[in-house]
Design a protein around this ligand. Sequence first.
Ligand SMILES: NC(=O)CC[C@H](N)C(=O)O
Length: 306
Amino acid sequence: MQPDYQAVLQEIEQEIQPYFGMGRVADYIPALARVPGRQFGMAVRTVDGDEFTIGDADSPFSIQSVSKLFSLMLALDIMGDDLWLRVGREPSGTAFNSLVQLEHEAGIPRNPFINAGAIVVTDVVTSRSAGAQRRIADFIRMLTGNQDNRVDEEVALSEKEHGYRNAALANLMKSFGNIESDIPTLLDVYFRQCAITISCRDLARAATPLAQGGYSPINGQQILDRRDAKRLNALMLTCGLYDAVGNFAYRVGLPAKSGVGGGIIAVLPGQFAVSVWSPELDANGNSLVGTKALELFTTKTGLSIF
Ligand SMILES: NC(=O)CC[C@H](N)C(=O)O
């Protein structure tokens, strides 16, 4: 029997209140540092098409690294398994923007969800499509069914002006021959992909194919084959939360992908996609209140992959 999701969300909204103020809004991108921290939204979409929301679930926020999930779908579609010659599939155990392993590992990033890996993924889309940024944004709009998901130009510019680490990652990988595009063009596409705005409701809809064997009921299309949906869920479980991935699996028990805008999308294959947004981050760059909310969600419903 399906849990009373709405009642669960209401309990969660109460129980997360003491956790506000414990984390910090991302400050290394100045445009994100201005986002008020005390916001919270959550949305559940079941495979039966029911949707349940609470709080600011329809407020747009900066998608940031959650976009890496969608650019990866595109890159896999473009390159198939050859993508894995250029990026690994192992957790990194390092921060999302770390440079440390890249030099030892010949410019091959550990996985597609740390920044280095995501930059390679975006390079695949950039070097193989005319209008890559538009292709990524259109793909996200297609998955959400919402044409209002736009690029926040202020956030994109802010990332560009302060993107020293991402530029360092891209240049280091280029020196190893693992980047094809010209660096400024590539970084522009990457920053604009991260600056797309999205709501919790849209994120839950966009991730639904991962709960439904690759099928999107939003537009009635098979977005991924079943095998790739399984593989992406495995990558999210092992790499989606950077060096907090073990703790997140322990507490929440769902494949998930986070972003420094405070969004997290999580999936229980065969059951639901659940998204949460709250801008204050923990030390690993994951939403502190959002992680707590997801922990409460799987605990209260008894539904996780474990
Ligand atoms: N973890 C994140 O969300 C990081 C994304 C951010 N745009 C960056 O590249 O630094």
